[in-house]
Design a protein around this ligand. Structure first.
Ligand code: 6PG
Length: 235
């Protein structure tokens, strides 16, 4: 695994550039939810890129309807996909059917992944997975101390009780899938994330800081931070 920690003035713009590189090649991309990546998605929407050779996924979503304010699918649609000319949209834009509830939605998500990736593979290999980090050092919907962290076989699991708001059940990719990616990019900004960043990328990895457990086996790990988010990271 190659690991790069970059402190930049505009992490969202840096993340958009990394994603754009993969979009130009075509491939399987999983995006993050939450608020931090919104600007990166806006920038991507304005980059005149052709996404038609890409399949677009979410690393996790909340178990709500696709038009609900907490829906990551809704957010990414509004900030990015719906702003693209129809002919340049991803040839697959996959939604996690959260309204089915965490277990059935996780099953449906995994079935859709298995249908989209080569038959019989042990794990899907994403070309890029974008992740965020919570103040509790969770990533995707992998929360400290949650059983989902120990999953080794399944590609996606339901999370009944998330450790942070919005307190609705979730569905998330599992650690083995994150670690199988060709590139994992963390996009993090703001002083409220400094402690989590120090625990995730400064200390020894551990289940109390799920983001610290992300270690792409053959791929690259890039952490894009602004100064406030990096304030407690001893580099
Ligand atoms: C989600 C995300 C989650 C997010 C972090 C950071 O669905 O909430 O996938 O992992 O990346 O919670 O969220 P913010 O960017 O809003 O701080």
């Amino acid at each position: 695994m190659s690991r790069e920690i970059a402190i930049v003035s505009d992490p969202a713009a840096a993340a958009a550039e990394r994603i754009a590189t993969v979009v130009r090649r075509g491939g399987q991309i999983a995006l993050a939810g939450g608020s931090t990546p919104r600007r990166a998605y806006e920038l991507l929407a304005g980059m005149d890129l052709d996404w038609s050779r890409c399949e677009l996924w979410l690393g996790d979503d909340r178990c709500v309807a696709p038009d609900h304010e907490h829906s990551n699918f809704k957010m990414v649609g509004e900030q990015l996909v719906d702003r693209l000319p129809v002919c340049r949209r991803p040839h697959g834009w996959h939604r996690i059917p959260g309204e089915l509830g965490p277990e059935r939605a996780a099953d449906a998500f995994e079935a859709e992944l298995r249908a989209a990736f080569p038959a019989g593979v042990e794990l899907p290999v994403f070309d890029l997975i974008l992740l965020g980090i919570g103040p509790d050092a969770h990533t995707a919907s992998l929360f400290p101390g949650d059983a989902a962290l120990g999953e080794r076989k399944r590609w996606a699991v339901g999370v009944e009780t998330p450790g942070m708001a919005p307190l609705v059940p979730r569905v998330t990719l599992t650690l083995p899938v994150l670690d199988a990616a060709r590139a994992v990019v963390f996009l993090v900004s703001g002083a409220d994330k400094a402690e989590a960043v120090a625990r995730a990328f400064g200390d020894a990895p551990g289940p109390d800081a799920p983001a610290s457990l992300v270690a792409p086996r053959q791929g690259s790990l890039t952490v894009l931070l602004d100064e406030p988010a990096a304030a407690r990271l001893a580099l």
